[in-house]
Design a protein around this ligand. Structure first.
Ligand SMILES: Cc1cc2nc3c(=O)[nH]c(=O)nc-3n(C[C@H](O)[C@H](O)[C@H](O)COP(=O)(O)O)c2cc1C
Length: 224
């Protein structure tokens, strides 16, 4: 009695390009005081290796995660589950997860979740999240999209998932890759009501992005 029950957000990282989106989401959840249960698909090890140079290992997840996030702050609030572990806590609806964020989501993960395949722990937990009517955000990253993926995305929407493409907006005046990444991460957190200060919100003023420096980093010349 007295100890608050841990209620984590499950973050599922699948093997799409865009691992910086996942790192930003995880950092921001921890900064907001949220607990995180982390699942990294087998394919995501390849994208993490490709995009960060880090070999993500189950046995050394804490060290590897700290290297990936660039900090070990808040890592005591992270629990890690190997992608092949179907006995993991979040694979049951009785586990007290708040919901799940799949960031980034591959077209394969989109298909598996839409069809209820549960081919690995990430897909299983996504199915559980839907059946428990908890928030599920699917941050899909692929371009262009083929017809079957479009159908799967519509199916996910019909099942109550929030389909949130990794598609940065330029109205917040982001001038660095980090700012554009944080914009997408911020929209993911917005979708589940977690407070953050990852990007500047639209306040109804046209031209604010350009005055901040422009999205290509160019500072407008005097009088421009
Ligand atoms: C470097 C790299 C980048 C990839 N980028 C994407 C991507 O942006 N979107 C996508 O849907 N699949 C991408 N893939 C392919 C997926 O990793 C592959 O379809 C895999 O089976 C997905 O498995 P998962 O959903 O279990 O992570 C990429 C693969 C590699 C190696």
């Amino acid at each position: 009695m007295g100890t608050a029950k841990r209620q984590p957000w499950v973050v599922g990282v699948s093997g799409a390009s865009g691992t910086p989106y996942a790192a930003s989401v995880i950092r921001a959840l921890l900064a907001a005081g949220e607990a995180v249960d982390l699942i990294v698909s087998r394919a995501a090890r390849l994208t993490i290796l490709d995009e960060t140079g880090i070999s993500f290992r189950d046995a050394h997840w804490r060290t590897d995660l700290a290297a990936w996030l660039g900090t070990d702050e808040g890592l005591d609030d992270v629990r890690y589950w190997p992608a092949g572990d179907f006995a993991a806590g979040p694979s049951s609806g009785s586990y007290p997860a708040k919901g799940m964020l799949v960031v980034p989501a591959t077209t394969g993960a989109v298909a598996g979740i839409a069809l209820g395949l549960s081919k690995d722990l990430l897909q299983r937990v996504a199915s559980v999240t839907l059946k428990e009517r908890r928030p599920l955000v699917v941050c899909v990253r692929e371009t262009p999209l083929n017809g079957v993926t479009l159908k799967h995305l519509v199916e996910l929407d019909a099942q109550g998932a929030i389909v949130l493409p990794a598609s940065p907006g330029f109205y917040a005046g982001g001038s660095t890759v980090r700012e554009l990444v944080d914009f997408v991460a911020g929209r993911v957190l917005d979708a589940v009501g977690v407070p953050h200060s990852l990007y500047l919100r639209w306040e109804g003023e046209l031209g604010a992005a350009a005055r901040k420096g422009g999205s290509d980093g160019a500072v407008p010349a005097e009088g421009e």
